[in-house]
Write a protein that binds this ligand. Structure first.
Ligand SMILES: [Fe+2]
Length: 250
């Protein structure tokens, strides 16, 4: 495979990053697969109630509170930095969005997913699957216990690495209102090099995808803590990905 270099991609990012709206660019050239995957036709409007009859279900059972702990899904402790990620799901007026499904998926501490298409030579952790879900409480709060994911390589260009991130999906009141985004960690040195992160050309909007280290969430002798609020609309809204294709997602 003849891949272009990070320097060339970085130059493309700089050229493409003209000031724009806070939403991710749908056809952001440096993010190669976005060119093929974004909608090119007008969206089709669907009746949510009809769609619900044939849509996938969330799972065969109700959400169990234990599903919010990604470190207890197997017979032993996963390797890595144990941490709690918590925050609130809020609407544009700052009101909590209660009792909503929040799903996460992520790589392990070595930056490896359990996925057929992730074959890079980092170890699979037999004690870590990397998926979890929970419901927000009456105050709109979600919380996950997990392991800090590692950065990982992908094939956008030569020596391409994703900043460490956790994928988030939130549901509104219907399956058709699903929104998908990624949460990042403060100070990641890969931010400037990452065409997915940089596909949001508004710096303030990019910053809202970065969690805050919170010592109040950190638990003594147990785990570090991060806080990340998800604002669904309005000026402070978190920006969501333009597609729902997870199989290919980096
Ligand atoms: Fe990812």
């Amino acid at each position: 495979m003849n891949l272009i270099t990070q320097d060339e991609i970085s130059a493309e990012i700089a050229a493409a990053s003209t000031p724009g709206g806070p939403q991710p660019r749908l056809d952001f050239g440096p993010y190669r697969s976005s060119l093929l995957r974004h909608p090119t036709k007008d969206l089709r409007h669907a009746d949510p109630e009809t769609i619900e009859l044939v849509s996938p279900v969330f799972g065969p059972q109700d959400v169990d509170p234990l599903e919010a702990d990604l470190t207890i899904q197997h017979g032993g402790e996963p390797i890595g930095e144990r941490m709690v990620v918590t925050g609130r799901v809020l609407d544009g007026d700052g009101r909590p969005v209660p009792h909503q499904l929040v799903e996460v998926w992520q790589a392990n501490a070595a930056g490896r997913y359990i996925h057929q298409r992730d074959q890079h030579p980092a170890p699979i952790d037999p004690h870590f699957t990397g998926v979890g879900r929970c419901l927000t409480d009456a105050d709109g709060t979600y919380a996950f216990t997990t392991i800090k994911p590692g950065p990982y390589p992908w094939k956008n260009h030569r020596n391409a690495w994703r900043p460490a991130h956790i994928h988030f999906s939130v549901f509104g009141r219907a399956f058709t209102q699903r929104l998908v985004t990624q949460m990042y960690f403060p100070g990641d040195p890969l931010f400037a090099l990452d065409p997915i992160y940089q596909a949001i050309t508004d710096e303030a909007a990019r910053d809202r995808l970065v969690a805050t280290y919170d010592h109040e969430v950190t638990r003594p002798e147990w785990s570090t803590g991060y806080r990340w609020d998800i604002v669904l609309d309005g000026a402070d809204a978190v920006r969501f990905e333009a597609h729902l294709d997870e199989e290919d997602d980096a």
